[in-house]
Design a protein around this ligand. Structure first.
Ligand SMILES: Nc1ncnc2c1ncn2[C@@H]1O[C@H](COP(=O)(O)OP(=O)(O)OP(=O)(O)O)[C@@H](O)[C@H]1O
Ligand SMILES: Nc1ccn([C@@H]2O[C@H](COP(=O)(O)O)[C@@H](O)[C@H]2O)c(=O)n1
Length: 211
């Protein structure tokens, strides 16, 4: 079974996917981490993030590996773990530019489609483009202010600055961020994290032991 959980920035996709994946006993797959890792490598190499050819060549020369686990995903470049540096303000600021490059999207999609199911996949276009065949699809929303307040404990900036950055990222990501027509849209604003997880679990199709 493949479950997709898409949504706007900081809407709770990773936390909800992790909770749902744990309940199902399967891994979750964070597509955003691959875009973040590509961005970090580009920044470290001093590349122009708008330049697809050089960035893709750099990624192919320094392959990344996503390790999907139910509790949290990790990203590796050879023996070097990149995970800890992927949620910085500078990666937040550059990642949407990298994610707009069709060649980079193709590179990420190929890695995701090579993963063995079952899993919960989270991102922006999991239910529309990457896994349109998924058995259950969800799309998370919440107001920018609520998302910024939730994120405030994870970033050095204040709530208005975090909110402005989230709104900017939503705008830059809007092309790939539409909900699938068959996705269940959940406004997480009035719900606790566990409330969102239970809402998702309650809507999953009945599972058979081999599914
Ligand atoms: N329903 C909720 N109620 C309260 N806090 C929540 C809820 N959902 C998520 N959070 C908190 O909001 C923050 C952002 O959640 P999370 O990182 O899962 O979002 P995300 O959509 O994966 O973010 P990004 O798009 O930046 O990767 C985390 O601190 C998380 O614990
Ligand atoms: N399916 C996806 C997932 C992510 N992106 C881009 O990566 C950025 C970071 O993703 P988070 O899930 O960690 O927020 C996001 O802002 C998008 O630019 C994407 O395009 N498609």
């Amino acid at each position: 079974m493949i479950v997709t959980i898409d949504g706007v920035a900081a809407s709770g996709k990773s936390s909800v996917s992790s909770g749902v994946a744990r309940a199902l006993g399967v891994p979750y797959v964070s597509s955003g981490l691959l875009y973040r890792a590509a961005t970090l490598l580009g920044l470290e190499a001093g590349l122009d993030l708008h330049g697809a050819a050089k960035l893709l060549a750099h990624l192919q020369a320094h392959p990344l590996r996503l390790e999907p686990l139910a509790g949290g995903n990790r990203v590796w470049q050879g023996e070097r773990e990149l995970t800890g540096g992927l949620h910085s303000t500078r990666v937040d600021a550059g990642v949407s530019v990298v994610a707009a490059l069709p060649d980079v999207r193709g590179w990420v999609d190929a890695q995701l489609r090579a993963l063995p199911a079952p899993f919960v996949a989270e991102g922006r276009d999991m239910g529309t483009t990457v896994f349109p065949q998924a058995q259950a699809k969800f799309y998370l929303t919440a107001s920018p202010r609520i998302r910024a307040q939730r994120r405030a404990s994870e970033r050095p900036e204040d709530v208005p600055a975090i909110e402005a950055a989230l709104v900017r990222r939503d705008l830059l990501d809007r092309v790939q961020s539409a909900p699938a027509p068959d996705a269940v849209v959940i406004d997480t604003g009035p719900l606790t994290l566990d409330g969102v997880i239970q809402t998702v679990l309650a809507q999953l199709p009945q599972r058979t032991p081999s599914a």
